[in-house]
Design a protein around this ligand. Structure first.
Ligand SMILES: Cc1cc2nc3c(=O)[nH]c(=O)nc-3n(C[C@H](O)[C@H](O)[C@H](O)COP(=O)(O)OP(=O)(O)OC[C@H]3O[C@@H](n4cnc5c(N)ncnc54)[C@H](O)[C@@H]3O)c2cc1C
Length: 408
């Protein structure tokens, strides 16, 4: 019997498990090395403990738009393993999934453990050798193109290597990969909320706007979606999306910026103005403060009236031009200074990582070293919140695993 191909997978997260599972087969022996004492620890805490495993199935051309970094590269990745495939994969392994109204996909159990159990069970069935507390300290490539891994005092040699070591907040986290010659794009945070210290608006924490638009002043970056006022500032999907697409710009500005907010994106500036005028003509004797308009929450409407210096009891017919202008200005383009950011607890990622220039996207193989593969967040790929980060991990893990098994 010929010797089995020895495949090592570095990292026991989502990408590492998917790569190891798909690298398994009668001709390969797969070893997965995880430096910590726990497997799939990010899956466990993901999506607030529910694991937003992917996003509603969609065309590749739409799916890739959710990745501030990696869009072009993923156009060649996703056709091989889509969000539909992710759903089928888990459901056929006994994990029923549900699609929520905003497109996020969760296990019906609302418990990330269901996802973990399915992955571990499959890896066991395929006889993946799992090594916990086995951090790879060093990686060398010998003259015959094999991979020598150093784990503490031990050295092990493999024919093929799949690196799925995840993102690191600092460049030093990638140092063990320096010998591969792959370039690393400096890591910076993505997916965070905005701090607005000292702003009166924070008194309104908990107030939500289902369809707003947030823009970063001085840029073309502008995103529509739900907005939430928190006790430290601004959050919600529109803000998180802006933080992801604006991650590099905001990092350069050291998170000092100005958000311009339209609280109901169904209205433009002129529409706000004309609706206010019509309302005033129809209901001249109604008290402005008591009748919130444009579907904004009553507490927020009172805040806008306060800025416009509209007094208790003042009726629409008595509103001055200046007061109307102020209302319109703050409904359409509320200016909120941002000073700093806060980690979004339900999901966060680092942008940056191994540069995509050195990777062949249909196999996830290194362009510099045959038999070396990368998958998951270790790459310079990151998505917005909504299941897109896991989808990138499943798709790249699948491709890397398959290619490592079949590669000649
Ligand atoms: C709180 C939180 C919630 C999230 N929720 C969601 C969500 O609901 N939906 C979504 O799509 N995304 C979510 N994400 C993002 C998602 O978890 C990651 O994008 C995804 O886990 C990346 O998978 P990975 O396998 O590439 O990396 P990781 O999950 O980070 O796994 C990498 C593994 O490699 C190990 N490792 C590193 N270096 C070495 C080494 N030298 N030797 C051996 N092992 C090593 C690490 O210990 C780690 O276990 C969330 C992230 C966080 C932090």
């Amino acid at each position: 019997m010929s010797k089995k191909i020895q495949i090592a997978v570095v990292g026991g997260g989502a990408a590492g498990f998917f790569a190891a599972i798909h690298a398994s087969g009668p001709e390969s022996e797969v070893h997965l090395f995880e430096k910590s004492s726990k497997l799939l620890s990010k899956v466990k805490i993901s999506g607030g403990g529910r694991c937003n495993v992917t996003h509603r199935p969609m065309e590749t051309s739409s799916l890739v738009k959710n990745y501030p970094r990696g869009e072009k590269f993923l156009r060649k990745v996703f056709p091989s393993f889509t969000s539909r495939d992710t759903m089928d994969w888990f459901e056929s392994r006994g994990v029923p999934l549900k699609i929520e109204s905003d497109g996020r996909v969760f296990p019906v159990s609302d418990n990330s453990q269901s996802i973990i159990d399915a992955l571990i069970k499959e890896a066991d069935r395929l006889k993946v050798n799992i090594h916990l507390r086995s951090g790879i300290d060093r990686l060398e490539i010998n003259d015959s193109g094999q991979f020598m891994l150093t784990l503490g005092q031990e050295k092990r040699i493999f024919d093929r290597l799949i690196v799925c070591s995840g993102g690191f907040p600092k460049r030093s986290g990638f140092e063990f990969l320096d010998s591969t010659g792959h370039q690393v794009v400096d890591p910076i945070p993505s997916l965070f909320t905005f701090n607005t210290p000292g702003q009166a608006i924070r008194e309104l924490m908990g107030v939500a706007f289902p369809d707003g638009q947030v823009k970063l002043a001085g840029t073309k970056l502008s995103y529509r979606g739900p907005i939430l006022i928190t006790h430290w500032g601004l959050s919600g999907p529109a803000v998180l999306k802006l933080s992801a697409f604006g991650a590099k710009w905001l990092f350069k500005q050291q998170y000092q910026a100005e958000a311009l907010i339209n609280w109901n994106a169904a209205f433009g500036e002129e529409e706000y103005r004309s609706h206010l005028k019509d309302y005033g003509l129809k209901h001249p004797r109604r008290q402005a403060l008591k009748h919130p308009l444009f579907e904004v929450p009553a507490r927020f409407w009172e805040h806008l009236c306060e800025i416009a210096e509209i007094k208790e009891g003042q009726i629409h017919a008595e509103l001055s031009k200046k007061q109307i202008n102020r209302l319109v200005q703050n409904l359409f383009c509320y200016n909120l200074p941002i000073h700093g950011k806060t980690t979004f607890k339900e999901e966060f990622v680092t942008s940056g990582g191994i540069s995509l220039d050195g990777i062949e996207p249909t196999k996830m193989e290194s362009k510099y070293h045959p038999n070396l593969f990368f998958a998951g967040e270790v790459l310079d790929i990151d998505g917005i919140t909504g299941g897109f980060n896991f989808q990138a991990a499943w798709s790249t893990g699948y491709l890397a695993g398959k290619a490592a098994k079949h590669h000649t």
